[in-house]
Design a protein around this ligand. Structure first.
Ligand code: ADP
Ligand code: MG
Length: 251
């Protein structure tokens, strides 16, 4: 019992029997998994398998139909929950950066810090600068997103998420919209975050990243987790026919 409780306290995210319907369409059909503190869990699977929906349920951008999602011991499917508080602990990075085009990089990095974290401007700017440097973009404070490459914009988006001091980060295909030569810089930043101990859930098609950086690999298809385990194992020796078929197309 004590051991169980210790284990639970090490859990960053726990998903139990998660179902999600869009109308009649059941897109998550009973998902169970967990992410421990400091773990990197990569999620792969064909388009439409429910990867984004799963990620979006974890910070309640989507409302689960049933099941439980426990983040750092708190059931976030509870109706009483303070969503802003939950979301400020979970950084999210999307395929399509979602930067405000009419704001400079610095303004993009400060707005949520000031509105949600209630930081004053000096403090917000200081934190933003530190995070820009971390993603290799010191000096880009006054640039507008349109003047940056896609890879730079994505790194700004990562710096923006980090500026909220999240306990964990969710990435939804962060490099899928990038030209191939820009992917590496973004993956380097993510690899560095992982090495620093950030808890991460990463939906990705970058199998090399999943293999090298991931602690666990989850393969989804048709709204279920078909197979999950050590990335080296799953990639080298997939157990299920659906995993084999998918990997034979992407590897
Ligand atoms: P993936 O990220 O693996 O490509 P998604 O989670 O985006 O898959 O989508 C899973 C299924 O849910 C798809 O069939 C998609 O069309 C459907 N879906 C996703 N979002 C919505 C929505 N907001 N309304 C209706 N159906 C949706
Ligand atoms: Mg998706």
């Amino acid at each position: 019992m004590t051991t169980d409780m210790n284990k639970t306290s090490n859990r960053a995210i726990e998903v139990r029997e998660l179902h999600k319907y869009f109308g009649e369409n059941e897109v998550l059909k009973g998902i169970d998994f967990h992410v421990d503190q400091g773990q990197v869990v990569c999620v792969i699977g064909p388009s439409g398998s429910g990867k984004s929906t799963l990620l979006r349920c974890v910070n309640r951008l989507e409302e689960p139909t049933s099941g439980k999602i426990i983040v750092e011991g708190v059931d976030i499917t509870d109706e009483e929950i303070d969503l802003d508080q939950i979301r400020s602990r979970i950084g999210m990075v999307f395929q399509s950066f979602n930067l405000f085009p009419h704001m400079t990089v610095m303004q993009n990095l400060c707005i949520a810090q000031q509105r949600v974290k209630k930081r004053n401007k000096t403090e917000a700017v200081e934190i933003a600068r530190a995070n820009l440097a971390k993603v290799g973009l010191a000096g880009k404070e006054d640039a507008y997103p349109a003047h940056l490459s896609g890879g730079q914009q994505q790194r700004v988006a990562i710096a923006r998420a980090l500026s909220m001091d999240p306990d964990m980060m969710l990435f939804d295909e962060p490099t899928s919209a990038l030209d191939p030569e820009l992917v590496g810089d973004v993956l380097d930043v993510m690899r560095q975050l992982a090495q620093e101990g950030m808890t991460m859930m990463v939906v990705t098609h970058e199998m090399g990243f999943a293999r090298e950086v991931g602690d666990k690999l989850v393969f989804m298809d048709g709204g279920v987790i078909v197979e999950a385990g050590d990335p080296h194992e799953v990639l080298a020796n997939p157990q299920h026919e659906r995993t084999q078929a998918f990997l034979s197309k992407v590897l």
